[in-house]
Design a protein around this ligand. Structure first.
Ligand SMILES: NC(=O)c1ccc[n+]([C@@H]2O[C@H](COP(=O)([O-])OP(=O)(O)OC[C@H]3O[C@@H](n4cnc5c(N)ncnc54)[C@H](OP(=O)(O)O)[C@@H]3O)[C@@H](O)[C@H]2O)c1
Length: 285
């Protein structure tokens, strides 16, 4: 049955959900012929509407980039975050099952606790330490219960056009403030949305090369937020001073994993995060 689904790929109809988000808009640029829906067209928390809408589109592939992504706010807005990230994922999986579509769903490094210094393989046990991570991990489970024909692509530390992101924030602060304080006890892999979107496009085009399942896709290499900020400062030739602080000093409402490194054992690695950062800064200047 799975092979039968894959055989349809030559003439496939692709539907992107969450196409106005930071990643969704990059995926739409990578797949310009895809159809797309954003929050005003489809609220993924509404089960009947989702089933109806997807049944009328009858896509071969659904790419879900919609999510509740405000990690700190999620500690308070628990119900909404759960509705979007867990139930929304379930509704899309149910709709995909109903029309025989493949679901490509985006998830996060925050499904892990961060205790594994060498990083996490695709089959590592999830153990989120904040509410957002919990809802994303639960969303993944819902999909795997309902569907065989899914790709769950976990990624981390996204930056790119059309969304609030660390690179833009640091760039702005470096040009405005003399002194910045950035945490140095969280390690991860920055990822450029355009690079991840190209990978998603490649999966759609050459699906036979990618068995269904969980993938870990980030730009290559790791750093702390402090090293990341210093690299941004260096590339934009800013003069501000950047001092290091700890997560405890920052006192963010949601805990973050200290080592959220996603080991990619299944796909060709993306370019290094420094090359990707350079490209983003050039493209956005
Ligand atoms: N950003 C990161 O650093 C990061 C890291 C790892 C993984 N991820 C994952 O990557 C994916 C894309 O993230 P992103 O940074 O591109 O997020 P984003 O910019 O916040 O985009 C999410 C989109 O989903 C929409 N949305 C929210 N609730 C919805 C609902 N009920 N129905 C339909 N659409 C809804 C949002 O609309 P509104 O803006 O109008 O609410 C927004 O357009 C998410 O799955 C996220 O968990 C992100």
């Amino acid at each position: 049955m799975v092979e039968a689904v894959k055989e349809k790929i030559d003439n496939m109809k692709i539907l992107i959900i969450g196409s106005q988000g930071m990643l969704g808009s990059a995926v739409l640029r990578a797949l310009p012929h895809a159809e797309s829906l954003d929050k005003k067209d489809i609220d993924i928390t509404k089960r009947n509407r989702v089933l109806q809408k997807i049944s009328s589109f009858r896509p071969d592939i659904i790419i879900n980039c919609a999510a509740y992504t405000q990690v700190d706010k999620a500690e308070k807005e628990r119900e909404l975050c759960y509705e979007v990230n867990c139930k929304g994922a379930r509704h899309l999986a149910e709709a995909a099952k109903k029309v025989g579509a493949i679901l490509i769903h985006i998830s996060t490094d925050y499904v892990f606790d961060g205790n594994e210094k060498d990083g996490y393989n695709e089959d590592a046990k999830t153990n989120p330490i904040n509410f957002y991570g919990r809802t994303k991990a639960d969303g993944e489970k819902e999909i795997t219960k309902i569907l065989d024909t899914y790709y769950i692509i976990r990624t981390s530390w996204l930056f790119g056009k059309g969304g609030k992101n660390f690179v833009d924030t640091i760039k702005e602060k470096c040009l405005r403030d003399k002194n910045l304080a950035i945490v140095d006890d969280q390690k991860g892999s920055p990822t450029y949305t355009e690079d991840l979107a190209s990978f998603i496009g490649e999966v759609c085009k050459n699906m036979n090369n990618y068995p269904f399942g969980i993938y870990h896709i980030t730009n290559k290499g790791t750093c702390t937020w402090l090293t990341f900020a210093k690299e941004i400062k260096k590339m934009i030739k800013a003069k501000c001073a950047i001092k290091k602080i700890t997560s405890a000093e920052l006192q963010a409402p949601a805990k973050r994993p200290s080592h959220s490194i996603l080991r990619n054992n299944k796909a060709k690695p993306l370019r290094s995060w420094k090359d990707a950062l350079k490209a983003y800064l050039e493209e956005s200047s």
